[in-house]
Ligand binder design. Structure first.
Ligand SMILES: Cc1cc2nc3c(=O)[nH]c(=O)nc-3n(C[C@H](O)[C@H](O)[C@H](O)COP(=O)(O)O)c2cc1C
Length: 477
């Protein structure tokens, strides 16, 4: 495949591309991809006259999330300096990406002694930049674009040398030129030997950078890479840096559930047949985990009781992992009282009556008979509690037919307040998938209100549900 060098395009075309890409908050390269896509699909719109001159970049306000818990699409230019801690910057790329932050890396010459541009670009899924005078760069003033086509510049590790250059305003390589040309917030994660950190020159530079309004995280106290040395100088951990970056990037969210205790169940249950076999269902736990994350983002104190799933614990949520329906009920009861209980787990209705103590063997007598008995009903049990019944109990109804009718019947039968009904027929791809089409059924006196939502991601469903929960329990959203 041939590649296109934007730098070699006609000046007027470049000016148009710069203006259009800045307006859309994209890089010039991304903008060209969008234009080509539109052209092929016959949707392209071009201006009557191309602009004669255009500003190199326009200020790009960070897009705010439109609902609690929703991710902001933020971009970070990550400058990796030449210190031992450069290897931790590779983990930082992953930690930022986990938070839905796009990362574009710049490596100093010294940094390349510790980590390779190839690794940084593979982890970030973006080209990695190293040279101020780069004939291959798709940007004709790469340092300006890298400085401004982002929402935050993170320097990790920030070496003594890079901080000295910043404090003095040097711009003799790509990293320092970006830092001098930047009009975005900057976050430094210094890392160096304690003697370097305590040196009078570094102290002056750190003080100057603080006066210049530059944020810092760390360094932490601890052991150094050098044998037998300890003190202040270790780079902050990637998780700490990512959290600090997120605090700068994302404005404080409303916390309508602050002070509320929320209990959530998620995932399937596994009902043992013998020590190695079990009965299960196809629930992935994604919807319940998304609800837990959204409730946590809304300020709630969240306990998640999870069946066996392949998901990471949502940040800031207290997670208890269980196997069977009986374990789940026991943990749920132990977690009470709470203000709100949301039962999103797909609890198995039945279990095997006589669980084998040893692995069942094939015999000439044929298949062993599996007798099933009913499991405890977690939703109904909690809904019917006298003393510890949560003020708001929400169940889920996963149905494959007569969705609304079955959900209405379930609402009455279980005694909960709301039911979230979803169609889990194989054709919908809901079980294990990332999207969900739900109907929220709420008691309204003797009637039941049915609110049908369009197809959404499970995160969006979670955010919508938590917004309604906050309104119902008197929180402001
Ligand atoms: C093995 C080794 C480890 C180093 N570790 C650090 C460090 O942790 N912090 C630091 O400020 N400098 C450290 N240096 C010195 C920097 O690499 C040196 O000052 C370099 O010029 C920094 O370049 P940069 O700021 O452009 O990345 C180290 C040097 C070597 C050889």
């Amino acid at each position: 495949m041939a590649s296109l060098t934007i730098r070699k395009l006609d000046e007027t075309v470049k000016a148009y591309l710069r203006l259009r890409s800045a307006g859309h908050g994209r890089s010039v390269e991304e903008e060209v991809r969008v234009i080509l896509g539109e052209l092929i699909q016959g949707r392209a719109e071009f201006p009557a006259a191309l602009p004669q001159a255009a500003p190199l970049v326009a200020a790009r306000p960070l897009r705010a999330p439109d609902r609690p818990g929703a991710a902001v699409q933020a971009r970070v230019t990550l400058i990796i300096g030449g210190g031992i801690a450069a290897y931790k910057a590779l983990d930082l790329i992953r930690r930022l990406k986990e938070r839905h932050i796009q990362v574009r890396c710049v490596l100093t010459k010294a940094a390349q002694q510790f980590v390779t541009p190839l690794t940084a670009s593979a982890l970030s899924n973006e080209r990695c930049y190293t040279d101020l005078f780069d004939p291959e760069s798709e940007f004709d003033a790469g340092h300006i674009r890298l400085a401004r086509d982002c929402d935050l510049i993170v320097v990790a590790p920030a070496t003594a040398d890079l901080m000295a250059k910043m404090a003095q305003g040097h711009a003799d390589d790509l990293a320092s030129a970006i830092l001098l040309a930047a009009n975005r917030p900057m976050l430094l994660a210094p890392a160096m030997n304690p003697l370097m950190w305590n040196n009078a020159a570094t102290r002056r530079n750190v003080a100057q950078l603080a006066r210049d309004g530059i944020s810092m995280i760390g360094p932490n106290a601890g052991e150094m890479a050098e044998a037998n040395e300890a003190g202040i100088g270790r780079m902050a951990e990637p998780l700490e840096i990512a959290a600090a970056a997120e605090r700068i990037l994302r404005p404080p969210q409303p916390r309508p559930l602050a002070g509320k205790r929320v209990l959530i169940t998620a995932g399937p249950t596994h009902e043992p047949i013998d020590p190695v076999r079990y009965i299960a269902n196809r629930s992935s736990g994604k919807q319940g985990y998304a609800i837990a994350a959204a409730a946590q983002a809304a300020g709630a104190d969240v306990t998640l009781i999870s069946g066996p799933v392949e998901l990471d614990d949502p940040a800031g949520v207290s997670v208890t992992r269980v196997e069977s329906a009986r374990d789940m009920l026991q943990r749920v009861e132990a977690a009470l009282p709470v203000d709100i209980a949301i039962f999103a787990a797909a609890v198995a209705d039945w279990r095997v009556a006589n669980e084998g103590e040893q692995k069942l063997k094939k015999t000439s007598a044929g298949m062993p008979p599996l007798q099933l008995v009913e499991n405890p009903d977690v939703l109904a049990t909690v809904s019917k509690l006298r003393d510890k019944r949560p003020p708001l109990v929400i169940g889920f109804a996963a149905e494959t037919e007569h969705l609304i009718d079955n959900a209405k019947a379930k609402l009455a039968r279980k005694g909960c307040d709301w039911i979230v009904a979803n169609d889990v027929s194989p054709a919908t791809g809901v079980m294990g998938g990332d999207r969900n089409t739900v109907h929220l059924l709420r008691r309204a006196g003797a009637d039941i209100d049915v609110d049908s939502w369009p197809v959404m991601t499970k995160e969006q469903v979670a955010a919508e549900l938590i917004t309604r929960v906050a309104k119902a329990v008197g929180g402001s959203s």
